[in-house]
Design a protein around this ligand. Structure first.
Ligand code: B1M
Length: 207
């Protein structure tokens, strides 16, 4: 059953995943087991295949959505069982930038990896990032930018976090097509990732 669930995530079988997950639970397989032995390993494979170029973005999205379908079924049970989220992430696309596909993919992969994710959407101002940081107290704040004209808002968000006295408690990670590791170093971010799979790995290493 666990292998069936794993294969369903790999194949992106969104339609049947909720039923399959419920069947596994009915057979006495624990929510934690399903998460650790089927869903997470499947998403690890998806990430590795994407990194190697064996899987394309739409396939990764479909697998991520499939995993979300299973996680939705398990969520309540996992909370009840006291399975702590790996950490909390507040994520958004920066001010003036409405590209959100890549950011949503990162958010989904992180959720799949066990993070609690607060997705602020696109065109998020520094003030909105800080407000969300105060409200949700995340371990990580993630910023995405797809335009050379909007990535310049990233240092402003970091300054605003500093001004609000929050910078020491929150790791900042950034990404998006024009963003680089060099830029992350320059603006004092804690990390940069080039794609959703490595963003998830980075988030794990930051918490
Ligand atoms: Co726009 N656009 N666009 N666009 N668009 C680009 C980015 C562009 C490169 C196209 C081009 O000219 N070749 C170019 C930017 C040039 C530049 O600044 N260097 C561009 C432009 C110029 C514009 C407009 C200015 C066009 C115009 O109106 N004249 C305009 C700007 C609007 C605005 O934001 N204010 C605009 C508008 C749009 C659409 C609305 C039509 C649409 C966005 C729809 C949406 O997102 N809801 C759009 C699209 C779709 C694109 C392209 C074609 C695709 C972007 C995408 O979704 N890629 C893009 C060209 C391209 O990339 N081929 C382009 C797929 C996605 C999965 O990848 O977003 O890179 P990506 O995300 C990756 C990684 O970057 C990384 O992981 C993701 C998953 O692997 N990542 C992170 C992303 N965020 C991360 C955060 C992290 C870590 C990793 O940590 C927090």
């Amino acid at each position: 059953m666990l292998d069936k669930i794993k294969q369903a995530v790999l194949a992106g079988e969104m339609e049947g995943i909720a039923e399959l997950t419920n069947q596994a639970l009915a057979q006495g397989i624990g929510a934690r087991e399903i998460l650790d032995q089927a869903l997470t390993p499947a998403m690890d494979i998806v990430g590795e295949e994407y990194e190697k170029g064996d899987r394309y973005v739409p396939e990764m999205l479909i697998s991520a959505e499939t995993m979300k379908g299973a996680v939705t079924v398990l969520k309540l049970l996992l909370v009840e069982a006291g399975v702590k989220a790996r950490g909390k992430v507040v994520i958004g696309t920066v001010e003036g930038d409405l590209h959100d596909i890549g950011k949503d993919l990162v958010a989904m992969m992180m959720e799949g990896a066990g993070f609690e994710v607060v997705n602020l959407g696109a065109e998020v101002t520094a003030e909105q990032f800080v407000k969300a940081a105060k409200e949700h107290e995340p371990d990580i704040l993630g910023m995405s930018a797809l335009l050379t004209t909007t990535m310049i808002h990233m240092p402003g968000v970091i300054s605003a976090l500093k001004d609000a006295g929050l910078r020491d408690q929150i790791k900042v990670m950034i990404g998006g097509a024009p963003v680089t590791q060099g830029y992350a170093n320059k603006i004092g971010a804690d990390g940069y990732a080039p794609d959703a799979a490595s963003a998830t790995k980075l988030a794990k290493s930051l918490v």
